[in-house]
Design a protein around this ligand. Structure first.
Ligand code: RBZ
Ligand code: NIO
Length: 346
C-alpha cells in the first residue's frame, strides 16, 4: 500500500472538455451541475470525452460482534441471508445495478458464516465478524491492513475486466455503529451528534448504541491522525475493504462514487491514509444518517441527490451512475453550435 501511486488530475483533459462543453448545441450552462461534474470526470480519467460504459458496484459483506448487543433492526444472520440473496439477484442493489446497466461483485470479507461453495461469491474472508469494540479492538492492525489489501486487489481485478466507474457498497448488520465511531473520531464530534437510526432503531437502542461507541472509543483510544489505527480499533472488515477499493481505484484513475454513511466513513479512512485519493471521489446522495453530511464535508466531497435514502448496499451510488453517464455522454455525442450555425450571445 505504501507503494500505491495516486496520479494528479489531468488539467489538460479538463480544459479540452470544458472548451468543447461551452460550444455544445444548447444554451450555456443549461445542464447545471452536470457540466462541472463531467469536467471532473475528464480530469480524473485523463480523457476529454470520457464514456462510462463499464460501471460496477463492489459490495463487501461482514459482521460485527458489537451488534450482538442488539443494535440493529434485525438479528445478525441477516448479513449472510442478504449476501446469498444478492447472489440470486433479489436485493435492492440488484434492482438498482440492473437499472443502471452496472455489474455487481459480491465479496465476503468478514461474514460470521461459512458459505461453502457459493457460485458468484468472491471469497476473501479475513475474520468471522469484527470483534466487539466496546470490549477491545475490532481488529488487529494486521487484519485492518489485510482488509485494505482485499479492496486494492479487487480494484485491480475489476479494472482488468474493464472498469470506467466504481462504487463500494456493503452489507453488514450493525455497521452504522463502527461507522458512527469512525466519524466521531475523525471529525472530533460528540458520538451522540453522529449516531442515528441505522436500519431503523429508535429510543433506547440508539442510546445503547451511543453508550457502547463512547465506551469503545474511551477504551481503545484510536488515534485520529492514524486512519489505519481508527479502522482497526473501531472499524470493521467491510469498511477497510471499501477504503482499499477506493484507494486502488484512485491509483488507476477510475472515478469512485461514494454511497451513503458507511461508504462516507470508508472514504474518510481512505483519505486519512492517502489524502490525494479524494480527488477521485464523487458523492451520490445525502443519507438520512445524521453524521453523513459531516463526514462528506470533512472529506470535501459534494453530494448531488436528496431522496431520503438510508439503505447502503451501494444503492445511492448505483442510482447516480446513469446521471453521470448522461453528463459525460454529451461530450462525445452532441453536435456543436458552430456545426449547426447557431449563434448564442455570451
Ligand atoms: C433487511 C436489511 C437489508 C439491508 N440492506 C442494507 N442494510 C443496511 O443496514 C445495515 C446497517 O444498519 P444497522 O447498523 O442498523 O444494522 C447494513 O447492513 C446496511 O447495508 C440493510 C439492513 C437490513 C435489516
Ligand atoms: O447511508 C447509509 O449508507 C445507511 C444508512 C442506514 C443504514 N444503512 C446504511
Amino acid at each position: 500500500m505504501n507503494k500505491l501511486h495516486i496520479p494528479p488530475l489531468d488539467e489538460q483533459a479538463a480544459k479540452a472538455a470544458l472548451e468543447h462543453q461551452k460550444i455544445l448545441a444548447k444554451p450555456p450552462l443549461a445542464l447545471g451541475k452536470l457540466e462541472p461534474v463531467a469536467i471532473q470526470i475528464a480530469a480524473m480519467t485523463g480523457n476529454p470525452a470520457p464514456r462510462l460504459k463499464n460501471k460496477t458496484v463492489v459490495l463487501f459483506a461482514s459482521d460485527h460482534h458489537i451488534a450482538d448487543h442488539g443494535l440493529s433492526l434485525t438479528s445478525t444472520d441477516v448479513t449472510y441471508i442478504q449476501t446469498r440473496n444478492f447472489l440470486q439477484g433479489g436485493g435492492t442493489i440488484n434492482a438498482f445495478t440492473r437499472n443502471a446497466g452496472a455489474r455487481l461483485t459480491v465479496v465476503d470479507v468478514g461474514v460470521n458464516y461459512d458459505f461453502g461453495d457459493l457460485p458468484g461469491l468472491v471469497k476473501r474472508k479475513v475474520m468471522h465478524g469484527a470483534n466487539d469494540f466496546s470490549k477491545g479492538p475490532a481488529m488487529t492492525r494486521e487484519q485492518a491492513l489485510e482488509c485494505l489489501q482485499v479492496g486494492i486487489d479487487i480494484a485491480r481485478e475489476e479494472k482488468a475486466r474493464g472498469l470506467d466507474i466504481v462504487a463500494a457498497g456493503e452489507m453488514g448488520i450493525g455497521n452504522t455503529t463502527p461507522s458512527s465511531a469512525i466519524v466521531a473520531v475523525l471529525t472530533g464530534t460528540p458520538v451522540e451528534t453522529v449516531t442515528g437510526r441505522g436500519s431503523g432503531v429508535k429510543g433506547e437502542v440508539i442510546r445503547k448504541k451511543i453508550e457502547l461507541i463512547e465506551r469503545g472509543i474511551a477504551l481503545n483510544k484510536p488515534d485520529p491522525a492514524d486512519a489505519i489505527d481508527v479502522l482497526a480499533k473501531v472499524g470493521g472488515p467491510e469498511i477497510g475493504a471499501m477504503a482499499g477499493l477506493m484507494l486502488g481505484a484512485a491509483s488507476l484513475r477510475v472515478p469512485i462514487v461514494i454511497d451513503g454513511f458507511i461508504a462516507g466513513a470508508a472514504a474518510a479512512i481512505a483519505q486519512g491514509i492517502r489524502p490525494e485519493a479524494a480527488r477521485y471521489f464523487l458523492g451520490s446522495h445525502n443519507s438520512a444518517e445524521p453524521g453523513h453530511k459531516l463526514i462528506m464535508d470533512h472529506i470535501g466531497v459534494t453530494m448531488y441527490m436528496d431522496l431520503g435514502l438510508c439503505l447502503g448496499e451501494g444503492t445511492g451510488a448505483a442510482l447516480f451512475f446513469p446521471v453521470l453517464d448522461a453528463a459525460t455522454r454529451v461530450l462525445s455525442e452532441m453536435k456543436t453550435l458552430p456545426e449547426l450555425d447557431i449563434t448564442v450571445p455570451r
